[in-house]
Design a protein around this ligand. Structure first.
Ligand SMILES: [Fe+2]
Length: 232
């Protein structure tokens, strides 16, 4: 695992811990946490914000997007289908989970788990968003190389993987930092006008999870308020 870290106020001076085991360190950002988190809940921004990586092939075909909702949480499974989440949960219980496509799990309220394949190796990234003020959020993320592999991996692929695993994590870290920074720059710019966004947005299919998140958020606040009123 490797880590990328920064202390509050040092976002531009992140350091990389190359020790295996922990992948990314905390970064303190003067940005609205809601914007940072909501950008992880939709796919449309990829074309404009990540034009050389996620968005280089254009907009995602809606037929390739499957969004499981397990309130108050949600996910994005590329080329997923109904029941995939149950299958995944059962496979995890049996310690036999083998992803075959990019997947994201957003665990309410502020936790993000991605898994993705680079060459022949699967990685998992875990990110936590911690609001510390109305205009400041601490972001911590870690990435791990995981032992998922296809059931029919040939000896050549296994050998190739042993070689790439020696240096691949270093480049994955660089790539993740670039992607993360692209999101952060956009959210920072949007923060300037966020106060004027008072109407509920019109959401497309690939951003429906933003509405789900907001619903869960207001439910959680209502429950908290109800609890405080009954305690008073
Ligand atoms: Fe993004």
């Amino acid at each position: 695992m490797r880590s990328i870290s920064a202390k509050p106020g040092q976002f531009c001076r992140r350091s990389v811990d190359l020790a295996f085991g922990r992948l990314s360190p905390p970064a303190s950002l003067k940005r609205i946490g809601e914007l940072l988190y909501e950008i992880t809940l939709e796919e449309y921004h990829a074309v404009a914000v990540h034009p050389t990586s996620f968005g280089k092939d254009g907009y995602l075909d809606p037929k390739e997007a499957y969004y499981p909702r397990f309130e108050p949480h949600s996910g994005f499974f590329h080329n997923g289908k109904p029941n995939d989440l149950s299958v995944m949960a059962n496979n995890c219980k049996d310690e036999d989970y083998r992803p075959d496509a990019y997947r994201v799990l957003n665990i309410f309220p502020n936790f993000l788990v991605n898994h993705y394949r680079v060459l022949y190796t699967w990685y998992v990234s875990i990110t936590q968003y911690i609001p510390v003020a109305f205009d400041s959020t601490v972001v911590r993320s870690w990435y791990y190389q995981v032992p998922f592999q296809g059931p029919k991996a040939s000896w050549f692929h296994l050998l190739f993987r042993r070689w790439t695993d020696l240096w691949l994590p270093f480049f994955v870290g660089i790539y993740l930092r670039r992607i993360t920074n692209e999101d952060h720059v956009i959210c920072e710019a949007m923060q300037m006008t966020a106060g004027s966004m008072i109407e509920e947005p019109l959401l497309g299919l690939e951003e429906q999870r933003i509405a789900w998140f907001r619903e869960a958020y207001w439910d959680a606040l209502a429950q908290l308020n109800g609890q405080e009123n009954s305690d008073a």
